[in-house]
Ligand binder design. Structure first.
Ligand SMILES: O=C(O)CCC(=O)C(=O)O
Ligand SMILES: [Fe+2]
Length: 326
């Protein structure tokens, strides 16, 4: 059964070695069948059945989890997963098959899902598509080019997702999702620049996707880069403030290296991108046409989440006993 292909990477940057797994049609049908039996009684995000179905499928979970948590290229693309077949006049709505694949695969990796009450109304399985009125926002509901970033960088690390997964249901627009590994970006830059980026000369504002009653959050001053558990991490935000001219210069250099390093992945229906959100940055090209992805976040440690699996922005910033310096 495990005769999936690991393709040669389609790489724009130099050093990143992308991990691409493509299921055969037979493997896809096998997983679809198993999930459809479970979905006959309706979608339940907490059902362990989807996780079991993924474990019994051809998806190489162990290799994927090694990749996401313990490798130098902590992201992966899984292609040809079962996905809804849309009508020509489709609208965004429930997509239980996609949701079951997303939930099953990410939980099999050891991730516990969570959301934020202040983002997308607390949705944990999130629809990512252009929304009327949001076209020009720098958010995943926009249509304009969406710069490279990490998820929720304005929150302390303990409240940021360790990983995120995006699965395409439709991408008629053929918009690329972009991803780059922080360590690979750093490798393009002189030590002097990196040293500046490791100083607490930066602060971060909240993302456009968060609704916090008109308040504006700004973090304490914090480094832009940090080495944690031997891996390079970044707090790269859409709204990164720099507090000295040299910090501004170093950030500009880093962002330009990031643009050069980023790999473009056009997710086709049934394709999923999973990435380590501490160690990768991601973004998206402009969206010209129809497009619909589902997204889920997760961490292996979600001690800040409440009984609804939500991490409140206010709890995260008010929490004593976690590190607020990165
Ligand atoms: O739409 C995409 O491809 C990615 C957008 C994004 O940054 C996200 O949903 O987190
Ligand atoms: Fe994002």
């Amino acid at each position: 059964m495990n005769n999936h292909t690991i393709e040669a990477p389609r790489v724009a940057g130099t050093s990143t070695n992308a991990f691409v797994v493509t299921l055969t049609d037979a493997e896809k049908h096998q997983l679809r069948g198993a999930l459809e039996v479970l979905l006959a009684s309706g979608f339940d995000r907490k059902s362990i059945g989807y996780v079991d179905a993924v474990h019994r499928s051809a998806i190489p979970i162990k290799a994927l989890s090694e990749r996401i948590f313990y490798s130098a290229s902590p992201y992966a693309v899984i292609r040809n997963l079962p996905v809804e077949t849309l009508a020509t006049d489709w609208k965004v709505g429930p997509a239980p098959l996609t949701s079951a694949v997303l939930v099953g695969l990410t939980r099999a990796l050891g991730l516990h899902h969570f959301g934020y009450p202040e983002e997308k109304k607390g949705a944990i399985l999130q629809d990512v598509h252009p929304i009327a009125g949001w076209e020009n926002t720098l958010s995943n509901a926009g249509r304009v080019h969406f710069n490279l970033h990490v998820e929720s960088p304005f929150l302390p690390r303990a409240a940021r997702p360790e990983a995120a997964a995006l699965m395409a249901i439709n991408n008629d627009a053929r918009t690329a999702t972009r991803v780059a590994v922080v360590a690979d970006i750093n490798a393009r830059l002189p030590q002097k620049t990196l040293e500046v980026l490791r100083q607490p000369l930066f602060s971060y504002g909240q993302d456009d996707s968060f609704e916090i009653n008109g308040y504006a959050l700004e973090t304490p001053r914090s480094p832009f880069l940090k080495t944690i558990d031997g891996y390079e991490e970044s707090r790269c935000a859409i709204f990164t403030n720099t507090h000295t001219p040299e910090a501004g210069k170093a950030l500009t250099e880093w962002l330009s290296a990031a643009e050069a390093e980023a790999v473009d992945v056009v997710l086709e229906p049934g394709d999923m991108l999973v990435f380590n959100n501490y160690r990768c940055i991601h973004g998206r090209g402009a969206v010209e046409g129809k497009r619909w992805l589902q997204r889920v976040y997760g961490s292996r440690d979600v001690h800040l989440a409440d009984h609804r699996d939500l991490v409140s922005v206010w709890r995260a910033v008010g929490e004593i006993g976690i590190d607020h310096s990165f």
